[in-house]
Design a protein around this ligand. Structure first.
Ligand code: OOG
Ligand code: MG
Length: 262
């Protein structure tokens, strides 16, 4: 694809997010390949940073079979988190700002040093100082939440909002912790951190490989979302959403609707 075509797609996806209006899937018509798609994603993030947003770290997608099966995409992808996507624990997300949001339970890691993915001796695990339970609000900018691998990479892997619970010191013994997703106190998804590539720490190693190829930043202080352990649950009404990860704790978000009385 030509540079103007990549820029046009980034502008269209950016506008779709800003106006909460879905657009048609573009990849097949444009001949978008995965390399093009990461270039579009970077142009999309550049548009956000030019508006004053800051990059906070990477997020992984499709690191669990539950997610791959739900979305029909079976390759690990990486997107980018920015300041305006972050919601405080217990804070609110407004449905009016989103197209067709879904929420999924995640594990977050925090990097304590710069990670150079091109360094063959790099040990990302040695650079992780903290972990937290997290919720990710995803919102595909494509109609009907349907996309190809290249489409979803260009769309910054459906990233929309995220919420982090309290950080606790990193402990690599998090390979098989129970994960619950609750809507107004009712459990809607259950799983285990083992669903994330067999162990969530493997997501960190997968991230290094993708970062080396596509230039994703891994600076000290970065937040890393390891990818959902369960399928995502659609949210179309005001509700309290909580995730619980055994031994990590809880995190919650209030789904609100400014367009109605709730
Ligand atoms: C893409 C994002 C996938 C995850 O945790 O697997 C993702 C999507 O499902 O729309 O964030
Ligand atoms: Mg996710």
């Amino acid at each position: 694809m030509s540079r103007p075509e990549l820029e046009k797609l980034a502008a269209d996806l950016d506008q779709a997010a800003l106006t909460a209006t879905a657009i048609a899937q573009q990849g097949a018509d444009l001949g978008l390949d995965v390399d093009d798609a990461y270039a579009v994603q970077q142009l999309l993030i550049d548009r956000r940073t030019s508006r004053g947003e800051r990059y906070l770290g990477p997020k992984l997608g499709f690191t669990s079979y539950a997610k791959m099966a739900q979305m029909g995409v079976s390759e690990i992808i990486v997107g980018q988190l920015t300041t305006t996507m972050r919601i405080d624990d217990g804070g609110a997300v407004d449905l009016a700002e989103l197209i067709h949001p879904r929420i999924e339970p995640e594990v977050a890691f925090r990097l304590s040093c710069d990670v150079d993915p091109h360094d063959p001796a790099v040990n990302i695990e040695a650079c992780v100082d903290a972990m937290a339970p997290a919720l990710e609000v995803i919102d595909s900018r494509y109609r009907d939440f349907r996309f190809s691998l290249a489409d979803v990479v260009a769309d910054n892997t459906s990233a929309a909002r995220f919420v982090l619970g309290p950080w606790i010191p990193f402990d690599s013994d998090i390979g098989n912790r129970g994960v619950l997703l609750e809507v107004d106190g009712a459990i809607v998804e259950t799983g285990s951190t083992a669903a994330i590539l067999g162990h969530p720490v493997r997501a960190l190693h997968a991230l290094v490989a993708i970062a080396a190829r596509y230039g994703v930043g891994l600076p000290a202080g970065a937040i890393v979302l390891a990818g959902a352990a369960t399928a995502a649950t659609p949210v179309s009404h005001p509700a309290t959403i909580q995730a619980h990860v055994s031994g990590l704790g809880r995190v919650s978000v209030q789904v609100e609707s400014s367009g109605s009385n709730g």
